[in-house]
Design a protein around this ligand. Structure first.
Ligand SMILES: Nc1ncnc2c1ncn2[C@@H]1O[C@H](COP(=O)(O)OP(=O)(O)OP(=O)(O)O)[C@@H](O)[C@H]1O
Ligand SMILES: [Mg+2]
Length: 213
């Protein structure tokens, strides 16, 4: 069982978007048994599951903030959606089961500052600092050739964590979320640029670099 947590203290950075797209990738492209643990009371990932059409590979999930039940043992990938604003003590609880953390960061001064603080916080967690949990950061809603994106890129490159990819600001994420699917399940001709950008994120997730030794 592989456990991937999507987390950033900042609201609206794309946690649920990444969570649902990673889940749909593994379900659709790898025919894997995927389960979403939704730790956010807003329940965005759970809402996405509710509207998921039955002709797409099944993904199950649970509102994990409501129950102590967890993904069934035969699950291949557990994707965990963290809430915004999660801090020190609660962070430990959610991180406990994670092997890998994916952290989306938006190109905005406030998001960059918040990410810097959040990274300091998670580095205080023993399993992160000892490399028992691997952290990958993703620049999300990128508009290339903007000054703020270059600032974000510089910031992410300087981190001790892997900078694993960038996802452009694209209506494909809004449209697919509405339908309960991921970009990998959209007609490829409409999302080829997005699929290309996902390659580095997926390659990292499949590589040993994203898994604890
Ligand atoms: N790359 C993208 N391009 C366009 N829209 C995006 C992108 N990523 C996320 N969004 C949109 O931005 C909004 C916030 O994204 P999302 O809900 O994934 O963030 P979040 O971090 O889960 O938010 P919260 O902290 O409230 O849980 C959503 O409307 C989503 O559709
Ligand atoms: Mg969310």
């Amino acid at each position: 069982m592989r456990t991937i947590l999507v987390m950033n203290a900042k609201g609206g950075s794309g946690k649920s978007t990444l969570c649902t797209n990673i889940a749909s990738y593994f379900a659709s492209e790898e025919q894997a048994k995927v389960f979403i643990e939704d730790y956010d009371q807003q329940g965005s990932s759970s809402d996405w599951l509710k509207v998921r059409p039955s002709q797409f590979p099944e993904i199950n999930g649970i509102l994990s903030w409501k129950t102590s039940k967890r993904a069934p043992k035969n699950t291949d990938y557990v994707i965990m959606d963290a809430p915004a604003g999660v801090q020190n003590r609660d962070m430990g609880k959610i991180i406990r089961r994670a092997q890998t953390i994916i952290m989306p960061v938006l190109p905005s001064p406030m998001d960059i500052r918040a990410a810097a603080r959040f990274i300091q916080d998670i580095l205080l967690i023993g399993r992160v600092s000892q490399d028992q949990i691997k952290v990958g950061v993703v620049a999300n809603r990128v508009k290339e050739h903007t000054l703020i994106y270059h600032q974000l890129e510089k910031f992410l490159e300087r981190l001790n964590f892997s900078f694993i990819g960038k996802l452009r600001d694209s209506q494909a994420y809004v449209r697919s979320a509405e339908k309960g699917i991921g970009v990998h399940e959209m007609p490829p001709s409409t999302v080829y640029e997005d699929l290309e950008q996902w390659e580095s994120v997926i390659n990292w997730l499949k590589s040993k670099r994203s898994q604890p030794k």
